[in-house]
Design a binder for this molecule. Structure first.
Ligand code: F3S
Length: 390
């Protein structure tokens, strides 16, 4: 491949992987079985990114393993309903066409593990999308580094990744333990815990893998929220939770131990509640993308109600289809909430379009402010619905 025997796209991709391998001191390349590519929204890619993708597609790029895509900048079918400009839709379609030409599945979700790209324990994969990377390493026990969009795409077009970092057992050992002496529940609280611990890790030069103790149980939705948040605020690619995540059972507790108090959790939540209920003009649930269970819960919460603000529910098209079949979509849309499928409130081009966003997602709060210039009102899942309905 490096010599160009498999075409220009494979050669370019192999050059990227070999370069990375040299930088990180990898001894060899290893095969991967699954890839998740981020960097899909035209809002992030711009024309330079679009040209790079079109060049790879024209250069014979072809995915050699199952490869799925992160959210795009719009709902592929219903972008007009979300107020996406036609010029943007045109460019976004070119981006998606380039990926499709390379044999990549146009899944457009940050929860590939809920939509057909589910590796098993110990499998070597190459994923980008920080929340999914943390979920794959921690909750599933698959092995991936925190790839960037280009290196993940290079892995897709070659079927290989350099063996370093989280592909090796030593990098997965915990370096610090966090003890909780209070109970927590719900996506918002788990997300806030990710912020508290993430900010502590972020300040440590060696960025240790954390192991959490004292959490009796966690749902899939709570874990996806926690992983998204600790990846955003701490750059974490992997965590362990004693008695919950699979590798935690084999891990020795490190000597370094920090106790997290309920007061710290409360402070993290309050710091993201900078706006009052009256100031909210936009609400979004589904960062990371909603599971079918969350959509079922939303149908119960919204039945017979009317939404009085712009309210986006972000999920994958595959999950939305299941919601259609179950009758949840009809209940939710009758209430006036909008499904924003294939996209999310962070990667859609909505900079400055709203003033204040209500959400249960601690990760979404970070980007709402940093990327879109919104104030945030962080609330529990059910309370977001309560505040935008009558
Ligand atoms: Fe997913 Fe968008 Fe949040 S990609 S994790 S919903 S910022």
């Amino acid at each position: 491949m490096l010599a160009g025997d498999h075409g220009w796209a494979a050669q370019k991709s192999m050059q990227i992987l070999v370069g990375l391998g040299i930088i990180y001191g990898a001894d060899r390349l290893i095969p991967v079985t699954s890839v998740q590519v981020a960097g899909v929204s035209y809002d992030n890619l711009g024309n330079a990114g679009l040209e790079y993708l079109m060049g790879l597609a024209e250069g014979g790029g072809s995915a050699r393993v199952l490869t799925t895509l992160n959210p795009a900048g719009m709902d592929i079918e219903n972008w007009q309903i979300l107020g996406i400009p036609p010029e943007f839709a045109e460019k976004q379609t070119l981006v998606l066409n380039a990926f499709a030409r390379m044999g990549i599945e146009i899944t457009c979700t940050c929860t590939p593990y809920l939509s057909g790209n589910l590796p098993i324990y110990g499998e070597h994969i190459a994923w980008s999308e920080s929340s999914a990377v943390c979920f794959a390493n921690s909750v599933i026990g698959a092995r991936t580094n925190r790839e960037g969009g280009p290196s993940a795409l290079a892995a897709a077009l070659t079927g290989f990744t350099p063996e370093y970092g989280y592909h090796l057992p030593t990098a997965r050992l915990p370096g610090i333990s966090f003890q909780l002496d209070f109970s927590l529940t719900g996506t918002m609280q788990f997300g806030a815990l990710g912020k508290v611990i993430g900010e502590i890790i972020e300040r440590m030069p060696e960025k240790p893998v954390p192991i959490l103790t004292g959490i009796p149980s966690a749902t899939l939705e709570e874990l996806k929220s926690f992983c998204a948040s600790i990846a955003t605020y701490g750059g974490a690619a992997m965590i362990h939770m004693q008695n919950i995540t699979p590798e935690a059972q084999q891990m020795p507790l490190p000597p370094r131990k920090v106790t997290i108090s309920e007061h710290q959790l409360h402070t993290a939540i309050v710091s993201l509640q900078e706006a009052s209920a009256e100031e909210v003009d936009f609400a979004s649930l589904g960062c990371p993308h909603l599971s079918l269970a969350e959509i079922a819960h939303l149908a119960t919460l919204l039945a017979g109600k009317q939404v009085r603000k712009e309210f986006w529910l972000t999920t994958s098209r595959a999950t939305r289809r299941l919601a259609d079949q179950a009758g949840y979509t009809q209940i939710i849309e009758s209430a006036g909430a909008k499904f924003a499928v294939d996209t999310c409130c962070v990667v859609a081009p909505i900079r400055k379009r709203f003033r204040t966003m209500a959400t249960d997602s601690v990760k979404a709060c970070y980007y709402a402010y940093a990327k879109n210039g919104f104030k945030t009102r962080l609330l529990p899942f059910e309370q977001v619905v309560a505040e935008v309905t009558e």
